[in-house]
Design a protein around this ligand. Structure first.
Ligand SMILES: Cc1cc2nc3c(=O)[nH]c(=O)nc-3n(C[C@H](O)[C@H](O)[C@H](O)COP(=O)(O)O)c2cc1C
Length: 302
């Protein structure tokens, strides 16, 4: 028997696998395929104080080994999550990480304050969405503004606070250090890489917003590199993601320094992907005589 449990900055997970925000909703749509309680946690779609409509369509485009999205954090608002998705997830026995969005620092704080009386296990503060004009990546590109938003969120909760970083910066370790210094219990990375796709026949961009966020296996080498860099820059644990489809992909992230991993775009082609990744990690451990999954964290041999 392999010990699969990990501690992600105070969040006790029965195994190291969660879902990447925005690719699994809150799990309801996947419940024919997957037992959400079998995952280390479910990370919900980004939520703001009031509902957001998101960006104009088309806002999804398939690209080689990946996809572009410009959803723009469409969501029905925090009260909907409180009344519907959180009770459903808790009734199923899932651990819940709520991904928090805002157009301003105050809005991030207000979302957390609204959630505080409810059974949320951790917050993931998204300062990295490339698809909104205010908040998101505009905040996540500067150590100063990341520090400001994390500090304010820290004051609003004693629950585990995970800060989600954008890869669209020169040096991600500077942003990671700012998040840690301001009270983050963990960091998560990567959000999507800014990209675009063009239809040569129509001479038009494939996304209405022209640019969007690239995800899926195409981004995995970039994500691994950034997890590895951050693991040497901060002492808080890392939730790694970007192109994970299999248990072996997840093990690679753990070897690079991640304590836990999130499965994102893979859910769209295989709705059972996150459970398969749990099984795959366990299988890897059995094959290689690893008794405790924590032994894998940062165990890369260079
Ligand atoms: C359609 C879609 C919606 C997303 N929505 C969010 C979101 O609401 N909040 C967030 O922090 N990240 C969001 N992301 C980013 C993912 O959580 C993840 O960081 C990224 O896709 C990389 O992982 P992957 O390659 O496994 O998908 C979204 C990604 C996709 C593809």
């Amino acid at each position: 028997m392999v010990n699969m449990s990990v501690n992600l900055g105070g969040l006790h997970m029965k195994n190291p696998v969660t879902t990447a925000s925005g690719t699994f909703a809150a799990g309801l749509e996947y419940s024919d395929f997957i037992d959400v309680a079998a995952l280390g946690a479910v990370t919900t779609k980004g939520v703001s104080l009031n509902g957001w409509e998101g960006n104009a369509s088309p806002r999804i485009a398939e690209t080689p080994s990946g996809m572009l999205n410009s959803i723009g954090l469409q969501n029905p608002g925090v009260n909907h999550l409180i009344q519907n998705e959180i009770p459903w997830l808790k009734a199923k026995g899932a651990s819940v990480i709520v991904n928090v969005s805002g157009h301003s620092i105050d809005e991030y704080v207000q979302v957390i304050e609204a959630l505080e009386p409810h059974p949320v296990d951790a917050y993931e503060v998204n300062v990295s969405c490339p698809n909104v004009d205010a908040g998101g990546m505009t905040m996540g590109c500067s150590p100063v503004s990341v520090g400001q938003v994390v500090q304010k969120c820290r004051c609003a909760t004693s629950r585990p606070l995970i800060v989600k970083l954008t890869p669209n910066v020169g040096d991600i370790t500077e942003i990671a250090k700012a998040a840690e210094a301001s009270g983050a219990n963990a960091i998560s990375l990567i959000n999507t890489l800014l990209g675009m796709a063009i239809d040569a026949r129509t001479r038009k961009p494939k996304l209405a917003r022209v640019v969007g966020g690239l995800s899926g296996p195409a981004v995995k080498p970039v994500a691994l590199r950034m997890v590895w860099e951050c693991s040497h820059a901060v002492s808080v644990p890392i939730l790694g993601m970007g192109g994970i489809c299999t248990g072996e992909d997840a093990v690679e992230f753990m070897l690079a320094g991640a304590t836990a991993v999130a499965v994102g775009t893979a859910n769209f082609t295989n709705p059972h992907a996150s459970a398969d990744v749990v099984d795959g990690i366990s299988h890897y451990c059995e094959m290689y005589g690893v008794k405790d999954v924590n032994e894998l964290i940062g165990a890369l041999e260079c």
